[in-house]
Every structure is written in C-alpha cells, then in structure tokens.
Design a protein around this ligand. Structure first.
Ligand code: EPU
Length: 344
C-alpha cells in the first residue's frame, strides 16, 4: 500500500529482500524512491519528520536488519552528460542512480578512460564514493572531480570537491557522517581521453592476465578485470554476497614483522608507511575459507567474501562475523573491521 505525497510516493512496509545483494529478508517501515532531483523538496518534507533515515543505492554494501524502523530513500535518478573537455581530459557527470558497471562501460565506449580497473563492481554511481570503491590499483577518489548532494539535516544543496570528501581506504565523509544525512544525487568524474591516458597495471592479477600480454589499452584492461573478478568473486545474482566483507587491516611495521616472524607466508603490501595485510589470507589461515555457519559462510574461492546460501538474517551474519573476527584475532592478534554498513 502507499500514500501519495506531492510528487513522491511513500511505500509502507516495503520488502527489501531483492534490493540488497546479500539477499537478507528485510522490511522498511517507509520507503520513498528518488527518480528525479525535482522531487527533493517533497522528499525533504517527508524526511524531516523522520529522525531515522537510510539512503539505499544498489544495496551491495549493506547488511539490512529484518525491520528497518524509519525511512529508506532509494536513489534511482539516471542520466550521464559531458560537462567539459580539453584535448586530453573530460569531466563527466553521472546521476547517482546509474548502475556503476553500465556507467563504466558507457565511458569506455565514448573514449572517456580511467575507470576500466573498476569494472564489474556491483552497485550505483551514488554509492561508489560512500565507500570509496577500489580495485586493481585504482580507487574512486583518484577519478572524482566533485559531488553534488542534498543535506537532509540542513535542507540545502552541498557541493563537495574530491578533497573535501575525506576519502580514505573504503571510507569517506559520507560513510562516517551518518549514512542518512547526505543524499548524493550526482558525481562528476575527471577522466582521460586516449591521448592523456595511462594504464594502471601494478596489480599481479592483471600483470599475469592473458588478455594483457599483447595489447595494452583501456578495453583490454576492462576485459581482464572482468575475467579476474568472475574467476574469483561470486556473482551476487547467483550466490548472494556483499563483496569483501572486511577491510584489509592496516598495521604498523613492528606488528607486521611480528606476524611475519611466525607466519613467513603472510601476504602484505606497504601502505602509507605501514602495512596492509590480505584479510582473505588471514581468514583462510584461520580455517574459514569455504566454511559455513548456518546459512552463511566465507566463500570457497575468496575467503574475504561472506556469502548467504539462502534465508539468512542479519543476526546470522553477525554471528559468523564475530566467529571469524575472534579466530583471526586469536591467531594473529589482528582486528578485522567489517566493511559493509549495518542498517538497523
Ligand atoms: N588471498 C588468500 N586467500 C583468500 C583470498 C585472498 O590467500 O581466500 C590472498 C590472494 O591470493 C592475494 C591476496 O590475498 O595474494 C589479496 O587477494 P585479492 O587480490 O583477491 O584482493 P583482496 O585484498 O582480497 C581487495 C579489495 C577487493 C578488490 C581486490 C582487487 C578490500 C577489502 N577488497 O581484495 O574489493 O576487488 O582487492 O583490487 O580492499 C570489495 O571491496 O568488495 C572488493 C571486492
């Protein structure tokens, strides 16, 4: 059932089971869809009476509680436009509800390059900056020009330059400052034309890819990334998951030396004067790769990915998370931090 409010429909007791890639059964007390920014004034009227708000994009980085008391705002405004260009660069704007992978493919077809390493990441354009998506040597923050959002608390537009977004590893101002405050409506990217493009090929999986042994161009990288991801990561449509479930822990050099002395095979990379450990390796060593607890488990090919084999609840996810965190801590004295946002 729904009631009409100016130009925005309010849905009551809206099932979100198919709106989250972990496929958790979840009901939102109230839900509104944002299809166009012209609906913002009407949306604000509804949102300001509701202290508990959540913004939902593709639902690919969220753990939803069975009942979400409050308002869920589903962002689905679409559109892509070229804002400006020089001989070597373009600024491109995408509305927040665009599907991320479709946007990456579209840019490649237009010759707007630089997002190819971020192919096949589930979710929407508007959600991408929230967790500063990253893969195969590129993080979103390197390609963002600016972000347009509506501040639901102050009821006003805010324009953030990339520097103002407080981007960090799988983190941003938008993730920290309460996921229900800023409604990202559009993201502007600064991308390269072929003449200004540089491949990013540091990542071992890409260096070894058969697709990149003879030709190196943006399309070949795009195809190689798709191939690597499909080989390692489960497709949420076939096996429900929210991508990497933990951040790769960043630890001091002394701490890293301690672990390496005991486990010489530990996988780690230098990271801003510290070390980033491969959480998948820690979880595998702790015995959780391919192991299940009730309807959830850690994936058999990538132990960092928590999967729902069917019918799981947020509580069962939390139980597995606690067990994995405790076992990794017992073995390595390293804390694993959950990456997806828990919505209650
Ligand atoms: N590894 C294991 N066992 C496992 C999983 C991984 O030993 O079960 C080892 C791998 O062999 C490799 C290392 O750990 O040597 C790193 O693994 P991988 O290359 O798969 O990358 P990751 O560090 O596990 C991160 C991102 C991914 C991103 C890839 C590629 C995080 C939390 N995850 O994973 O992002 O696609 O690098 O850049 O930083 C996501 O955020 O949802 C996501 C999938």
């Amino acid at each position: 059932m729904f009631t009409e409010n100016r130009t925005v429909q309010v849905h009551h007791d809206y099932r979100l089971d198919t709106d989250n890639t972990l496929a958790l059964a979840s009901t939102a007390q109230r839900l509104v869809c944002l299809d166009q920014v012209s609906q913002i004034p009407a949306l604000q009227q509804i949102a300001q009476t509701e202290p508990s708000r959540w913004v939902l994009g593709g639902g690919s980085n969220m753990v939803l509680a069975p009942y979400i008391a409050g308002l869920v705002i589903k962002v689905q405004n679409r559109g892509i436009r070229l804002v400006s260009e020089t001989a070597t660069e373009v600024i491109v704007e995408a509305q927040a509800g665009e599907n991320w992978h479709r946007f990456v493919s579209f840019c490649l077809e237009q010759g707007w390059l630089g997002l190819e390493n971020l192919a096949l990441i589930p979710g929407t354009v508007g959600a991408a900056p929230v967790q500063n998506i990253g893969a195969y040597g590129v993080e979103l923050e390197q390609r963002v020009h600016s972000i347009q959002c509506w501040d639901l608390e102050r009821a006003q537009w805010q324009h953030y330059t990339a520097q103002q977004c407080e981007f960090a590893y799988r983190d941003s101002l938008f993730k920290r400052a309460g996921a229900g405050r800023y409604l990202i409506t559009a993201v502007q990217f600064i991308l390269s034309k072929a003449s200004g493009w540089q491949p990013v090929l540091r990542y071992p999986d890409l260096l070894q890819s058969p697709k990149l042994q003879h030709t190196i161009n943006a399309r070949a990288i795009f195809e190689a990334v798709i191939e690597v991801r499909q080989a390692k990561l489960p497709d949420p449509k076939q096996l429900a998951n929210a991508g990497s479930f933990f951040k790769n822990p960043v630890i001091s050099q002394a701490n890293y030396e301690r672990i390496r002395a005991q486990y010489p095979a530990v996988i780690a990379y230098p990271y801003e004067a510290q070390f980033k450990l491969a959480a998948g390796w820690l979880i595998e060593r702790a015995g959780w790769k391919g192991k299940q607890l009730g309807p959830v488990g850690m994936h058999v090919r990538q132990a960092l990915v928590l999967v729902n084999y069917g019918g799981a609840t947020a509580r069962e996810v939390a139980q597995l998370v606690e067990r994995v965190q405790a076992d990794v801590y017992d073995l390595f004295q390293v804390e694993l931090e959950q990456e997806p946002i828990t919505v209650t």
